[in-house]
Ligand binder design. Structure first.
Ligand code: MN
Length: 204
């Protein structure tokens, strides 16, 4: 059973002006498609063909770099598309579980945002910034290199990701060139906090 490239849950231009249509088209249609195809090629004829992507990631240290890079790329982008929406909002709605958890674990939404933006800005080269549910349901911010993620057994800070931001240059270079901080700031306009909240509740 091969892994399938999911359709985007909105049109390529739905996140403009924050994320431009051409970037979305290439990011989904070329980059995510390549991770999906390369993952399928890497697991062909192995037991991984019968495993969930989450199970593969949880024991990724057993597998080849091709599975790690493309399996991570497959999962991370599946998640990433659902975390954005043309109806996104700069903050989670008051009274939602994720709103209250952010206040409880970081003190204030702005404190969380500072940590998350710093994780995105200071990840050298390519990688991701994450908001995760860790041990005992506590939220933490982290970042990972390349296509690694917090589900992988090789990752230092393991947890269930509920928000992720792709900071590979392919995610922003056409519109923002070298201005990664501008891309990170723009991302907050399109975050689908309803989905983050759903993932948070599921992870608890
Ligand atoms: Mn990407």
């Amino acid at each position: 059973m091969a892994f399938q490239l999911p359709n985007l849950p909105y049109s390529f231009d739905a996140l403009e002006p924050h994320i431009d249509a051409r970037t979305m088209e290439i990011h989904h249609g070329k980059h995510h498609a390549a991770y999906t195809n390369n993952l399928n090629a890497a697991i062909q004829g192995t037991d991984m063909e019968h495993m969930t992507i989450e199970a593969i990631l949880a024991s990724i240290s057993k597998y080849s770099p091709a599975v790690r890079n493309n399996g991570g790329g497959y999962y991370n982008h599946n998640l990433f598309w659902t975390l954005m929406s043309p109806n996104g909002s700069a903050q989670p709605a008051a009274g939602t579980a994720i709103h209250d958890a952010i206040i409880q674990d970081f003190g204030a939404f702005e404190e969380f945002k500072k940590l998350f933006s710093a994780a995105a800005a200071t990840r050298f080269g390519s990688g991701w910034a994450w908001l995760c549910v860790g041990a005992e349901g506590k939220l933490f911010v982290s970042s990972t290199p390349n296509q690694d993620n917090p589900l992988m057994d090789v990752t230092e800070q393991k947890g269930q990701p509920v928000l992720g931001l792709d900071v590979w240059e392919h995610a922003y270079y056409l519109n923002y060139q070298n201005r990664r901080p501008d891309y990170v700031e723009a991302f907050y306009n399109v975050v689908n906090w309803n989905e983050v909240n759903r993932l948070y509740l599921a992870a608890k």
